[in-house]
Ligand binder design. Structure first.
Ligand code: MCA
Ligand code: AMP
Length: 519
């Protein structure tokens, strides 16, 4: 009896997504770059087989499945298969080095790790050191040991019964101390956010989404994928962002979701004009601040006002500019339905409207805590349950929110978060370095570019190239400083704290040159 009730009320995110699949299972779900398609029937059958395969590989309900692979339809099946099997999906940025992956394997103790075929040896070594993690491979073209076994795997229709609070995914987010924390996201966190976004952004049966984001972060994996699957319509699935391919896809699409760099690059493309966007109804931006200049140039070129929204790994989407109503550049709109919050002082007291403070939020989208870090979790929640985002914000009289800076020391480059502390710790141990400060300064393409400022010992011949080379192989390329400067002393305030604002001002024009270059 209770089994039947559980079946009828399965809160497994996959069950919820599937309940919105079209009745006609031959309808296209994913249009791939080679012109082929996966129907909704294919997606259901393949994710079911993938779930069965995971079970056969010894993945139990609640086990972590760590995945560092290139974007592919098979990687999406792996994600959906994990949901169906009740496993916890743990995606990693494909740019992370083996040194970075080692930490995640040690911390999350996954029962299965899936990597690119070329990384198999390194993963086997890491898994052997960690103990207990099995390794399978999945290549960009659907090759690898996992897919070899998939070919022989039987169909499996099961969707594990899960409750709202059961974990669906762990996404690592770096900490200001330099140590990554695994944000635990439940089926309820993900499904509530997906439903709200789908309704809020007015999806209709005519919508076609262009999916050009990576699928190892919230934006591409949850926001874009879930909206399209919940809508039961086609997505044009592209392996990476390429402005020309996205412009071509616009002739058959209606919605694009992207980081600000997507919009900057579209505007740089001479093919991008009103004709290119004739079928499009919605452009969504987020993951980093969208500059008002980009918003305005986009409107002038296309007639569309980009809809900017704000979110974070720990909470999915938090605020959004309105679909109908004024989308104001430099603001991130209003709390999404079901989300509430305040702009608060350092003690969590709500500040008067218009004053700058830290944004604190509450809602069904807010995560279950950091994996195996109860003290860090406790430190980021108020006694009344509000989560402290670490973003500085203002709230206007009508509730409209603007993100005006960060209380946390964080650089966002092309939508990827870079935590200065992690890089400073690595630079500080290089021979000849006294100390370092890593900052983000304006970058015409990535929004912010990573810069290291180093105070070195007078005796050393350390130079920029040596510093950057020393970090290769240790740090994902997007985290590596794009420029390194040397100084006698880092500026400090009376408390002895490095004044990063002073450094940001001093090096503000580092990447400005590109704009002046001809062509
Ligand atoms: C690539 N490179 C970068 C970045 N991406 N450097 C700094 N910042 C980046 N974001 C470097 C590479 O390491 C390489 O360096 C060189 O640039 C070219 O690499 P390539 O792969 O060709 O770059 P690309 O394909 O042009 O990628 C740029 C991109 C990509 C399209 C902007 O970074 C991207 O898709 N970003 C989206 C990130 C995202 O999805 N964020 C959502 C997080 P070298 O030549 O030295 O090797 S979720 C989130 O933040 C919250 C929840 C939210 O609100 O959404
Ligand atoms: P992550 O935790 O890696 O997903 O990054 C989340 C962070 O990205 C937030 O805490 C913000 O600092 C930033 N962010 C996301 N969307 C926006 C936005 N629209 N404007 C400004 N910052 C944003």
């Amino acid at each position: 009896m209770s089994g039947i009730i559980a079946l009828n009320h399965n809160e497994n995110l996959y069950a919820i997504l599937k309940s919105h699949f079209p009745a006609d299972d031959s309808a296209c779900c994913m249009e791939l770059s080679d012109g082929s398609q996966l129907t909704f029937g294919d997606v259901d059958a393949r994710s079911g087989r993938m779930a069965g395969l995971l079970r056969a590989l010894g993945v139990d309900v609640g086990d972590r499945v760590l995945v560092q692979v290139d974007k592919s339809p098979e990687a999406v099946m792996l994600y959906l298969g994990c949901l169906r099997a009740g496993a916890v999906f743990l995606p990693l940025n494909a740019a992370y080095t083996a040194r970075e992956v080692e930490y995640f394997i040690g911390d999350a103790t996954p029962s299965l790790a899936v990597c690119r075929p070329a990384d198999a040896t390194a993963f086997e070594a890491l898994a052997a050191a960690g103990g207990g993690t099995r390794v399978q491979t999945l290549g960009a073209n659907g090759d690898g040991t996992l897919m070899d076994r998939f070919a022989d795997a039987p169909d499996d229709e099961r969707v594990e019964s899960r409750s709202h609070d059961d974990l669906a995914a762990i996404l690592y987010t770096s900490g200001t101390t330099g140590r990554s924390k695994g944000a635990m996201l439940s089926h309820g966190n993900l499904s509530s956010n997906a439903r709200v976004l789908h309704a809020h952004w007015g999806f209709t049966p005519d919508d076609v989404l262009i999916h050009a984001l990576p699928i190892f972060h919230v934006h591409g994996l949850f926001v874009a994928l879930h909206c399209s699957l919940l809508n039961g319509t086609r997505m044009i699935f592209q392996a990476r962002f390429d402005a020309d391919a996205v412009i071509d896809a616009m002739a058959r699409a209606t919605v694009l979701m992207g980081v600000p760099t997507f919009y900057v690059r579209l505007l740089e493309n001479t093919r991008f004009d009103r004709h290119a966007v004739r079928r499009m109804r919605l452009f969504v931006a987020g993951s980093a601040p969208l500059l008002p200049d980009t918003f305005n140039a986009f409107e002038a070129r296309t007639g569309h006002r980009i809809l900017e929204r704000y979110g974070m790994t720990e909470a999915g989407m938090i605020t959004s500019n309105p679909l109908d109503g004024e989308r104001l550049p430099g603001t991130v709109g209003y709390f999404l339905p079901g989300v509430s919050g305040r702009v608060a002082d350092v003690d969590g007291n709500e500040l008067p409207r218009g004053e700058v403070g830290v944004l604190e939020i509450k809602g069904p989208n807010v995560f279950r805590g950091y994996w195996c870090m109860p003290e860090k979790t406790a430190a980021e929640f108020r006694a009344d349950g509000h989560f402290i985002t670490g973003d500085n914000a203002t709230m206007a009289a009508d509730g409209r929110i603007s993100i005006v800076g960060r209380a946390k020391d964080l650089v966002i480059s092309g939508g990827y978060n870079v935590y200065p502390k992690e890089i400073e710790l690595m630079i500080d141990v290089l021979p000849g370095v006294r100390e370092s400060a890593v900052i983000g300064v304006p970058h015409p393409d990535f929004g912010e570019g990573v810069v290291a400022v180093i105070s070195k010992q007078s005796s050393t011949a350390l130079d920029e190239a040596t510093v950057i080379d020393s970090l290769s192989g240790q740090l994902a390329a997007f985290k590596r400083p794009k420029r390194v400067f040397f100084t006698d002393e880092l500026p400090r305030n009376t408390m002895g704290k490095v004044q990063k604002n002073t450094l940001r001002q001093k090096y503000a024009d580092t990447f400005a040159k590109r704009q002046e270059e001809p062509g």
